[in-house]
Design a protein around this ligand. Structure first.
Ligand code: ATP
Length: 673
């Protein structure tokens, strides 16, 4: 079938004219239509076909870069144009658009970044926010930005807004946009049969592997399989297990088993869209990155483990954790919808029907379960000075917002100004509420240039002062990718070998300098990178990605007059720069391997993966806390408690009563500036 015929066979084609009328009539429209009905690929085209002379661009945002890229490729094909001309895409670190571009697929994060320099989003006539049910932080914030831009553009160049999904809570979105009308699109192009497990599964990885082989043994090899799992390590090891098991049975057809997760370089991610060699079955093991929007040709079977790794945040102790937990019903339907896109399909859910019934209907918005430091900085950079009163679709708790604002102030990124004072009556008591607005400092403005956690951006700016930007950029780059030390050292023999090899990179100063040593050694051995990495049990793809990120960060430094200074062997300077961003993450040794964090007085321990696991430095700095059976510090460096005072005397003066004796003797008066 030619592409024109395929387009006309999609369910959405039946309502094309009605849809265009509604878009014309209403400033905002909400569209609820089944997965695969044609929303993402067709609506931007319909608008462009009906109004080719439209003044501004038609943007369609996606929560993930892989979706933005592959959908743009598909639509360029359907319009028979070269990608980057009429149809383009824009994702972090990659802009494939031109002056001719009319339809632009982009990540929600990119549109948010554009809003920093243009809060009215004046390049756009139509903004389509796709997959809004995912409720990523970026989508939630964008909803507020787009709504405000639309209100401000009432009289001049009007902005149309369309919200789309297959599985959203339409009332919530409609109410937020002043009772915007909702259009329902029924029907899907191809049927997907759903099967639930009869019994509850105790080991979803085992069940997923067993299901893959049950399918593999019984159906022709040209029917591909997509499996949903939770994270990189689990996926990498499942890919390995399935490949090895299949190879060991000569009676089975060959398999091409591929991983798919966000930390994979773009080129590797796009590999899953390529056809498998003749006679091979393609099996893709993916995180929720493949859950929405995308069409992978050949996928006939979806295996849904029902699990996801997601963020969880407690503002009381500023602890953000990644935790494996059950998906929501709306995610289950999205996963199901990845089959049945070119012909009928089957979805095997590795949970019972009653477990499905117990799942929550919608996903809890990310904004309600994240540390808001980055978002707060971005919003203030957008000129939104009163965050507590910002029109969020789901308002984060005042506690979480204040905690983020407080941290930004401590980082020197924002300045607080008195706004007004209100007296509110609560029962018989009167309560004084003082509100503030916030503006960026010079440092904060520079921090907002970097697409990084503000704490990391702060380290780069201090490194600029101390003259060690090159080293800190390398550390930041390597911290921005997943583990570079190989996790796949299954046997204890291999683990011992890996441990012995790792010793040559290890610095007694801790993980950060160790990572810097790894990065430098990788660069020195670039010509034989692949062999060198396998000899040293290092992850080639993550290191390559770190080099790529380093390149991008250097470009941002160059654009913003940050000199690429270097102090090769000055580990103290480097750790001082790290303290400037992470001084809130310091801990003191107590007893029996236990530490206490200086800020929240939590009991923590050094993570077994740290090079400092067997040492007991008196004071350490860490990047993050992870909670399993205990709370562990990850990415840990040795510091001196006096450096904390030197970096941020006012903050630590108030904590002094909690600090160890050595700090009590510290001569504060000499240091406070
Ligand atoms: N890259 C592709 N290759 C082949 N067919 C595709 C491709 N992209 C889309 N299609 C076809 O177009 C149909 C509609 O896709 P589209 O992404 O527009 O649907 P949708 O309604 O937005 O679904 P979802 O909510 O799942 O993203 C798919 O079911 C598939 O048949």
């Amino acid at each position: 079938m030619n592409l024109d015929k395929v387009r006309k066979s999609l369910p959405i084609y039946r309502i094309r004219n009605r849809l265009l009328e509604e878009i014309q009539k209403n400033p905002t429209l909400i569209l609820l239509g089944e997965t695969g009905s044609g929303k993402t690929t067709q609506i931007p085209q319909y608008i462009h076909e009906s109004r080719p002379k439209l003044k501004g661009l038609i943007a369609c945002t996606q929560p993930r870069r892989v979706a933005a890229i592959t959908v743009a490729q598909r639509v360029a094909q359907e319009t028979n144009t070269e990608l980057g001309k009429t149809v383009g895409y824009n994702v972090r670190f990659e802009d494939c658009t031109s002056a001719e571009t009319k339809i632009k697929y982009m990540t929600d994060g990119m549109l948010l970044r554009e809003a920093i320099s243009d809060p009215l989003l004046s390049r756009y006539s139509v903004i389509i926010l796709d997959e809004v049910h995912e409720r990523t932080i970026h989508t939630d914030v964008l909803l507020g930005i787009v709504k405000s831009a639309q209100q401000k553009r009432q009289n001049s160049f009007k902005l149309k807004v369309i919200l789309m999904s297959a599985t959203m809570d339409v009332d919530e979105f409609s109410n937020y946009f002043n009772k915007a009308p909702v259009l329902y699109l029924e029907g899907r192009q191809f049927k997907v049969d759903v099967f639930h497990s009869v019994q509850e599964q105790t080991d979803y990885i085992f069940s997923a592997i067993a299901t893959v082989f049950q399918i593999h043994k019984t159906v022709p090899p040209n029917e591909d399989i997509l499996v949903f799992m939770t994270g990189q390590e689990e996926i990498d090891s499942t890919v390995k297990t399935i490949s090895e098991l299949n190879k060991s049975n000569s009676k089975l057809a060959p398999m091409l088993v591929l991983p798919l997760y966000a930390a994979l370089p773009s080129g590797k991610q796009l590999k899953v869209f390529e056809k498998a060699p003749n006679g091979f079955r393609k099996v893709i093991i993916s995180t929720n990155i493949a859950e929405t929007s995308i069409t992978i040709k050949g996928i006939k079977y979806v295996i849904d483990t029902g699990m996801i790794k997601g963020k969880l945040y407690t503002p009381q102790n500023n602890l953000e954790m990644l935790k494996v937990h059950k998906i929501s019903k709306s995610q289950a339907w999205q996963r199901t919808g990845r089959a049945g896109r070119e012909s009928s399909g089957i979805c095997y859910r590795l949970y019972t029907e009653s477990e499905f019934e117990k799942m929550s209907l919608n996903t809890i918005p990310e904004i309600l379960r994240s540390n808001l430091l980055s978002v707060a900085l971005q919003l203030i950079a957008l000129g939104i000075t009163d965050l507590v009163n910002f029109d969020f679709i789901s308002k984060p708790s005042t506690e979480a917002l204040n905690s983020a604002l407080n941290d930004l102030e401590l980082l020197g990124a924002v300045k607080k100004n008195f706004q007004n004072e209100n007296i509110v009556e609560e029962n018989v008591n009167k309560k004084r509420i003082i509100s503030y607005n916030y503006e960026l400092t010079d440092i904060g403005r520079k921090m907002a240039y970097f697409p990084l956690d503000p704490k990391l951006s702060r380290c780069i700016l201090t490194a600029d002062k101390l003259g060690c930007v090159e080293e800190v950029l390398k550390i930041v780059s390597i911290l921005s990718v997943d583990n570079v030390f190989h996790a796949q050292t299954n046997t204890s023999n291999k683990r011992d070998q890996a441990e012995a090899v790792r010793q040559k990179f290890v610095s007694a100063d801790g993980d950060h300098i160790t990572l810097l040593n790894v990065y430098k050694a990788f660069l020195a051995n670039k010509s034989s990178a692949s062999e060198w990495c396998s000899e040293n049990f290092l992850d080639l793809k993550n290191l390559k990605l770190a080099v790529e990120i380093n390149k991008q960060l250097k470009e941002i430094c160059n654009r913003n007059s940050i000199k690429l200074s270097s102090s090769t062997n000055d580990s103290v300077k480097i750790r001082m720069a790290l303290i400037s961003g992470f001084f809130m993450n310091a801990a003191e040794y107590q007893k029996e391997n236990e530490y206490k964090t200086i800020t929240s007085r939590q009991i923590v321990q050094i993570h077994p993966s740290s090079v400092l696991f067997n040492s007991k430095p008196a004071c350490v700095l860490f990047n993050e806390l992870v909670k399993t059976n205990k709370t562990y510090m990850r990415d840990v460096s040795v510091i001196s408690s006096s450096w904390l005072l030197e970096t941020n005397p006012c903050y630590f003066k108030s904590k002094l009563k909690n600090l160890a004796d050595n700090l009590n003797t510290y001569d504060l008066n000499n240091r406070i500036r």
